[in-house]
Design a protein. Sequence first.
Length: 185
Amino acid sequence: MNDNTSSEHDGAAHEGPIKTPRQLAWAVLFAFVVPIAVIALLASYVVAASRPAAGSDALTDEAIAARIQPVGRVEVKDASDLASLKTGEQVFAAQCGACHTAGVANAPKIGDAAAWGPRIATGYEALLNSALKGKGTMGAQGGGDFGDLEVARAVVYMANQGGANFEEPKPPPVAENSAAADANK
């Protein structure tokens, strides 16, 4: 065998595809630049996908405020403001009528003396307690957002339609100190 052939063959087995320093420079450049460019393009694609469409009002102050508004809120009602209090008939129409007009879930129908008789016999306080705390399938305050006095007025309205003779509850008297404080404002 020829020794020159085997030594050439052995040296070729250990050579890489890069034969010149220029090829090495290009290989290093592509080994670092191409992956970085791919990562940058992917990142811009992902970020662009979450941007609102052109012409969208998603970034207006009103839209942002609507998205981050609190789930609940507290409203303080002034008991002395009689104009804002609803009558029993208004509360019935807005909240109670949905069930008590049709008799949904065994709710006593408005004006049905036979259905209201046993309930009226328990007294006004028992009826009011049931309305405020809920009873059976009826939620507390009938599921509404009325004040206790307004619910009490609705209880009296419904009971009186069913044959009772309850007096409509009056709002608590306004303290003189709050009237003086209002005058100073």
